[in-house]
Design a protein around this ligand. Structure first.
Ligand code: ZN
Length: 649
């Protein structure tokens, strides 16, 4: 196969909107022409339809990328101007029932003769259409539309109520003794002048609330904040009831027994009982150690340990037993040597190598690399790692081109961006990372490799495209685990001045700090996941009762009865996690399990490492992750791997 060259990164903000509009009109005409064909086949309809999508992504991605990493008034304006245009187009395509019909026809006529990647494209497209009701009669469609409209009003109200309640509360501290022990930066953030005196204001907004709950010396104030926090937005209770009943009705219209079943239709987890028993198994295995962790915490407290004390005493305990001083570690993690070391590690793990490419990019600190497997060029990686003023915070991977073979059979290679916000380097000062930053870089690299090492020929299921939602974090968490592995760290964790290698003792402290109270943390996450999942399986649920029941298995410390945490659970009532909160743990088990398979074979140059490359990374979204995992390991995922990773006995 001949190869198409990589795109060059080049964007003209002045002409972007006009070019996009023109492109969308070309697409609209092309869709009409594709639909007008009398004999629609995979090659004559689906392939060009899918490639049209790929090219639109390729055109649009540089704009969202630049708006995030090289933000300007112009980029913001262009982005907000074109967002409704592209949204309108996507809605139009996703609601075009003729396209759905075309997929159905090709499914009937040709499915058996297609390869598994092409079959997967058909399966996912039909599923996508049917999960939004394309196959229903007009009456049901109309009702579905009403439900969706009402749902979006309710989720919006839920967030707004929560936001209003969060903003409405403040606690003013007049006595300096009540802020003693807080980090100076938190004290500075809270301080203000009131009647010629310094006073301190704490709120329910995250940094402020967490700071006082973690370091605030006054139990009375901690309780006041905790009570305000856990009783926010009581009016959300009725919203929750209505939302749950609408979700259940919607699932019913689409042919599912309940909303949890509907949620799983597009996920890796096979059925609702598998999710429940998975979560319960983890809870049962964590209970003993969590009880011990809680006992250690109780031993720190003069009186009975209350829910509003746990963060405070945990911090004291952590300082005493596991504290690591980030500044002590930084000199060992100089940015360039971390990146080079990560490449070297990946060479040992997968036999891949990175070669720098000279290319003009959006910022002089950004860089490009070509990725080779052996001598074969496979994809291109862009790194933009340092914080700057015109860059959005956080870290992420963004895929650009996807590996595929185009309409003419030309091979298109994949490309992806990794963006972080590490300390900026200068002529005189190197960029020294925290260990957390190293973990972040490995995490994003895991996502990028999932995209870049694809060998799939259909772009819609190549790399991270088409991967089930509860499996997306598998490759990222998998790679992140290696950032705690002594053999890996020794490759690059060298003091930037003395070249001394990070000692085993210091590495061990990183692992111990990571696993501090891991069983208690595990139970807390399982409580959220079980509550979410059971809630969406129950007809006319009594929300509080379901929560109380879940807590019998997950909660060692009964929260005060005024605690109505559910009214603030935005992940599932205002975000995309409804009947999906379990996904965090689900993907962690896959990643821990595959990680130990490699560790147990000696980390470098293992057969299982190569298998992982070919099966999990190579095949991307072209098969369900459950079958890829089965093929890799010869068995189903085992939850005890996650317990082992978390240091739970
Ligand atoms: Zn991630």
């Amino acid at each position: 196969m001949s190869k198409a060259p990589f795109l060059t990164f080049d964007i003209n903000l002045e002409t972007f909107q006009d070019n996009l509009t023109a492109q969308l009109n070309v697409n609209r005409e092309k869709i009409q022409a594709l639909l007008a064909q009398s004999d629609k086949t995979y090659a004559s309809f689906i392939k060009p339809f899918e490639m049209m999508d790929e090219r639109l992504d390729q055109f649009f991605t540089p704009l969202s990328h630049v708006n995030s990493v090289k933000n300007s008034e112009l980029s913001q304006k262009v982005y907000s101007d074109v967002l409704p245009i592209i949204t309108e187009y996507s809605t139009e395509v996703s609601q075009n029932l003729e396209i759905y019909q075309a997929f159905k026809t090709i499914n009937e006529n040709e499915y058996a003769s297609l390869n598994s990647e092409q079959q997967r494209i058909i399966d996912l497209n039909i599923l996508h259409f049917e999960l939004s009701g394309a196959h229903l009669d007009e009456v049901k469609k109309e009702r579905l539309k009403e439900i969706n409209l009402r749902k979006s009003t309710l989720t919006n109200d839920f967030s707004q109520n929560l936001l209003d309640a969060t903003n409405a509360f403040e606690y003013i501290i007049m006595d300096e003794a009540d802020v003693k022990g807080l980090p100076q930066s938190d004290i500075d953030a809270a301080a203000f002048e009131a009647e010629g005196k310094t006073a301190y204001k704490f709120t329910l907004q995250m940094p402020s609330y967490i700071a006082y709950m973690t370091y605030g010396p006054s139990q009375e104030i901690r309780e006041a904040l905790y009570k305000a926090y856990t009783t926010r937005a009581p009016e959300n209770a009725v919203i929750i009831d209505e939302l749950l009943s609408l979700r259940e009705e919607m699932a019913g219209l689409l042919g599912f027994n309940n909303f949890s079943e509907y949620s799983l239709a597009s996920k890796m987890a096979p059925n609702t009982s598998a999710v429940i028993s998975f979560l319960k198994e983890l809870a049962a295995s964590s209970a003993n150690q969590a009880t011990e962790e809680l006992a250690a915490l109780k031993a720190m407290t003069p009186n009975e340990l209350m829910s509003f004390d746990t963060a405070y005493y945990s911090e004291i305990l952590k300082k005493a037993k596991y504290d690591i001083d980030e500044e002590e570690y930084r000199p060992y993690f100089e940015q360039n040597s971390v990146v080079e070391g990560m490449f070297e590690f990946l060479h040992h793990l997968f036999g891949i190598s990175f070669r720098p490419v000279q290319e003009k990019l959006w910022d002089e600190k950004a860089s490009a690399y070509d990725l080779y497997v052996g001598d074969e060029l496979r994809s291109r990686l862009y790194l933009d790692l340092e914080a700057r003023q015109d860059k959005r915070g956080g870290a992420w991977m963004h895929n650009w081109q996807s590996h595929c073979s185009d309409e003419e059979g030309k091979e298109q290679l994949a490309s992806a961006f990794i963006v972080c916000n590490f300390p900026p380097s200068s002529e005189s000062n190197p960029s020294l990372l925290r260990h957390d930053d190293v973990v972040t870089l490995f995490h994003e690299m895991g996502h990028a490799l999932h995209h870049m090492l694809s060998t799939v020929n259909e772009n819609g299921v190549s790399g991270v495209n088409g991967v089930e939602w509860d499996a997306v974090e598998f490759p990222s968490q998998f790679l992140e685990n290696f950032a705690y592995e002594p053999q890996v760290l020794r490759l690059f964790a060298k003091h930037h001045e003395s070249a001394e290698i990070l000692s085993d003792v210091m590495i061990e402290r990183l692992v111990r700090a990571k696993n501090f109270q891991s069983a208690m943390g595990m139970l807390r996450q399982l409580e959220f996941a079980l509550f979410d999942f059971k809630l969406h399986m129950t007809h006319e649920p009594d929300v509080q009762q379901i929560l109380d029941n879940v807590r019998l298995d997950t909660s060692l410390l009964t929260p005060p009865s005024y605690n109505k945490f559910q009214n603030g659970f935005a992940h599932i009532f205002a975000g995309g996690y409804a009947a999906g909160y379990y996904s965090y743990k689900w993907a962690e088990v896959l990643s821990a399990d595959a990680f130990f398979a490699i560790i147990d074979q000696g980390v470098f140059d293992t057969q299982i490492g190569k298998d992982y490359l070919n099966i999990v990374l190579g095949r991307g979204g072209s098969s369900s992750m459950s079958s890829l995992f089965q093929e890799l390991m010869g068995r189903k995922p085992e939850t005890h791997s996650l317990l082992r990773l978390s240091g739970i006995q």
